[in-house]
Design a protein around this ligand. Structure first.
Ligand SMILES: *[C@@H]1O[C@H](CO)[C@@H](O)[C@H](O)[C@H]1NC(C)=O
Ligand SMILES: *[C@@H]1O[C@H](CO)[C@@H](O)[C@H](O)[C@H]1NC(C)=O
Ligand SMILES: *[C@@H]1O[C@H](CO)[C@@H](O)[C@H](O)[C@H]1NC(C)=O
Ligand SMILES: *[C@@H]1O[C@H](CO)[C@@H](O)[C@H](O)[C@H]1NC(C)=O
Length: 363
């Protein structure tokens, strides 16, 4: 798996979010009883033939697959065209994402970060490198994954990356996240399946459209976010804070959370939850500003654009069943992709688990 995409993609940046202690099985839900009890992230766009919207999550697919309703899988199966946010199977996507994350003009992190912050970062990454072998699972070793290789895949070249990407990288270097490497994430898995099934695939966004908004955070905001992220991980290292199971939380919400209460969004990066208790009032303000910046730039603006592209693709593929698989966060909350489509006059309905979908041959 490629480093740039190996981390959980995206954005649940809650300015006052919590790093509360949790039981180690935080990501576990009860196994599904009947189909009807499952969460459904499927919506049907009424037309003939129909089109589908499906909310994915950027975690190993094995952690969520059994919780995805059969009718969602049937809709995928029936579709002739499958569209993602980005085309994760295209080498160009991978290299464009990697270069978008680099500092400009061949700069080095040491040149741009305050000295103290740089050394704390380096110390933390040295620690991660040291711990990596003990974090890996026997199953990972069985697949021939080595700690050095994994570390380089995720953190190699970190001195050349923009601070915002280093921050996201640090967040994906926890024990629980490292232990789940090596299995394709759900969105990538669907893309691989679609290819195997000879479906035609595509993307609704360009790499820059995901990457540039992150790079647009201003320097003082980035320093703040990186500092907070490091503080959090340093506390975990010092044993004064339980590791925040951000990814586990996401999985649990996806598998058995209340859809209306779900406030996760997710894309190319997992944004950190800042420790609330340590924030003095003026830092609370900064955290709020970062939060609304991301909400606006990474969610609302993109939803608008994604909705428009969906409409274009539907027009170009009037006679084909289309399946749009985007991060679940783009379908939940305010100003969603669904809202954009409805405002344009399309009929979009949530499709609960257990409801039969119209069976049509994939054209
Ligand atoms: C960054 O943005 C915040 C909020 O818009 C602003 O208060 C601050 O002055 C900006 N800092 C820099 C270095 O531009
Ligand atoms: C990091 O944050 C702490 C606590 O909010 C603050 O005291 C410290 O000055 C910050 N360091 C940098 C480099 O911004
Ligand atoms: C921080 O979060 C904890 C746990 O959710 C909560 O008990 C506490 O009241 C919060 N503190 C502040 C200052 O918001
Ligand atoms: C959604 O919009 C409502 C009304 O404007 C607002 O109260 C709420 O906080 C928004 N939710 C999010 C997640 O932004």
């Amino acid at each position: 798996m490629h480093a740039a995409l190996a981390g959980p993609l995206l954005a649940a940046l809650l300015a006052t979010a919590r790093a509360r202690p949790q039981p180690p099985d935080a990501g576990q839900c009860r196994p599904p009883g009947s189909q009807r009890d499952l969460n459904s992230f499927l919506w049907t766009i009424r037309r003939d033939p129909p089109a589908y919207l499906f909310g994915t999550i950027h975690v190993p697919y094995t952690r969520v697959w059994d919780f995805i309703p059969d009718n969602s899988k049937a809709a995928f199966q029936a579709s002739a065209r499958v569209y993602f946010e980005l085309d994760l199977t295209d080498p160009y996507t991978i290299s464009a994402l990697a270069s978008c994350q680099l500092l400009p003009h061949g700069e080095n992190l040491q040149d741009v970060l305050p000295r103290e912050l740089y050394w704390r970062l380096k110390r933390h990454l040295d620690y991660v490198k040291l711990m990596m072998p003990s974090w890996m699972t026997p199953a990972q070793r069985g697949k021939g994954l080595y700690a050095d290789y994994l570390f380089n895949a995720i953190a190699g070249n970190w001195e050349r990356k923009r601070p915002v990407w280093v921050m996201l990288m640090v967040n994906s270097l926890t024990e629980t996240d490292v232990r789940s490497r090596g299995v394709p994430v759900l969105d990538l898995y669907l893309a691989q399946r679609a290819e195997k099934m000879k479906k035609s695939t595509g993307a609704v966004e360009r790499v820059e459209e995901q990457c540039h908004p992150l790079n647009g955070l201003n320097f003082s905001q980035v320093l703040f976010a990186l500092n907070q992220t490091l503080l959090q991980h340093e506390s975990v290292r010092a044993g004064s804070l339980q590791a925040p199971y951000t990814t586990e939380d996401l999985i649990k919400h996806y598998n058995c959370g209340d859809l209306n209460a779900v406030i996760f969004n997710h894309d190319t990066s997992q944004l950190p939850n800042f420790i609330n208790t340590t924030l003095p009032p003026h830092e609370q303000v900064t955290a709020q500003e970062i939060d609304s910046y991301f909400r606006q730039e990474l969610i609302y603006k993109r939803n608008e654009r994604m909705g428009k592209r969906v409409m274009t693709l539907l027009q170009e593929n009037e006679d084909k069943i289309c399946f749009f698989a985007f991060g679940a966060g783009h379908f939940l909350g305010n100003n969603t992709v669904i809202d954009v489509l409805r405002q344009a006059g399309l009929e979009v309905e949530h499709t609960p688990a257990g409801q039969t979908i119209r069976r049509l041959e994939a054209a």
